[in-house]
Structure formats: C-alpha cells, structure tokens
Design a protein. Sequence first.
Length: 278
Amino acid sequence: MNAIDRVLATARSEIGYIEKATNSQLEDKTANPGSNNWNKFAAFLDGLGVVYNGAKNGYAWCDCFADYCYIYTLGLSIGMAMTYQPEKGLGAGCTYSMRYYKNAGAFFKTPQRGDQIFFTNDGGDTSYHTGIVEKVTAEKVEGGRVYTIEGNTSSAAGVVPNGGCVRDKSYPRNAKYIAGYGRPNWDLVKEEESMPEMTQDKFNEMFKVAMAAYRAELQDNDCGNFSADGRKFVTESGLLVGGNTLPNGEANFMWQDFLTREQFATVLYRFAQKFGLN
C-alpha cells in the first residue's frame, strides 16, 4: 500500500464520526453527539504542540481532519512538510492552508488522488471548506466527477461546511465552487518508504506522535466521581489551577493527565505556603 492509499485508508476509516457536545468521549465515533465542534482530530493535533498557532479543538475542524489524515498516517515532520505548513502556523483555516499550497507552487485545477480539495464562494481568493480527494473520473465518465472524504460536513448534497461529521461526497469537476487542489509533496514520503528498516530516529518520532495522541485523550476535564472531594479541595484552596481555558470558558484541569515531579514540587510548595509549613 503506497502513501496515498494509506492516507485515504485513514480518512475512510473515520467515515461516520460525529463531533461531540462536550470535550469528552472524543475517540468514540458516535457517542456524545453534539454541535460544539469537539472532535478527536483537532485534539490529536493540539496534543502535538507544534502544528497550529493555538488550540483548535472546539472550533470548525474540516482542515484539522485533512491535516490529521496526513500527519497521523505519515508522521509529524513529513505530514507538515508535505502540506507546506510551518510549525505553529495557520493551517487550521482553509484559506491559509490553501495559500500554503499556492505559495509553494503546489496548487492545481486538475485533481489527483490524495490532493486536498478547497471550496470557495469568491472565485478562489478564499476558501471556506476542504477535504481529501479519494477518486477522480474522466470528463467522459459521468461528466467528470471528483470524489472526496471530508470532515465537518454532512451527507446532504453539495458543499456542507460545519456539518458535524465525516462523510464521503462527490462533485462535478467543473463546479465553480471548487477553488482548486493542493497537492502534497509525496516525494518526501517515497524516500521514507524506501528505507529497508526502522531507524531509531523514526521510532522516536512515531513514539512521540503516539504518546501525544494518548495524552491528548487525557487533557480534558474527564474524571471519576471518587475524586470529587479531593478535586474540590485543591481547586478551592488554589493548590491546583487550570492549565489553560477551554473554548467554552471552562478552566481545563486535565485531571487524568500525567503529573511531573516539577508540578508535584509546585503543589507541595503551595500546600506549605497555604498552611504555614514553610
């Protein structure tokens, strides 16, 4: 299976995923359904810490889904380089993502499998929705259609931005609402795939991506009932403060995430100050 097939397999495996009402049960395809843009794709990328200019979980996520498919499948460094995205950039936005391709001379009017499709309502100056091209038919077949897999859309006909789920769709190739196609640099992947064996550096990168994905699942306010009294004590006393603020304004304590020795030392110091032990 080549790199394009692998990326498309990742995308296809997510068809039917529904965004969540809260930042909970993100890994389950259909549990906790809602319309608040919480999703596992942005959470995964947020967990890597270098993909975007800030946390994107809880916001419109069609471009996050496309980036997830490339990065999750092929690794962080290759996934970002092949889509021409700088670290901590603006690629979660469709217009900015499209411009990265254009600036790299990798934006085309004729689609190929694995391309990133961009939709527009102003002739192509900006884009409001995106997906990944799965199949293309010639103009003499069905009048020529492009088949896609998209995040944050719906099964309804036509372009549906912010539709809340992952779906496969199709459009006429000559549709005016198609701005064009960003073509990832697949040559970067071919070099990686030609390597005969796993290297330590490759393993380290894969482990980093996997660990970031695991930690992303823990970095929310999910918690057990058994800790209610303890959580109330440490928050009201100021021993623990939220690591950041979620898009809904709620402090994120990341109750199930790891605790480092540095953080533990800080908690002990606050405890000593609070109760006059230092």
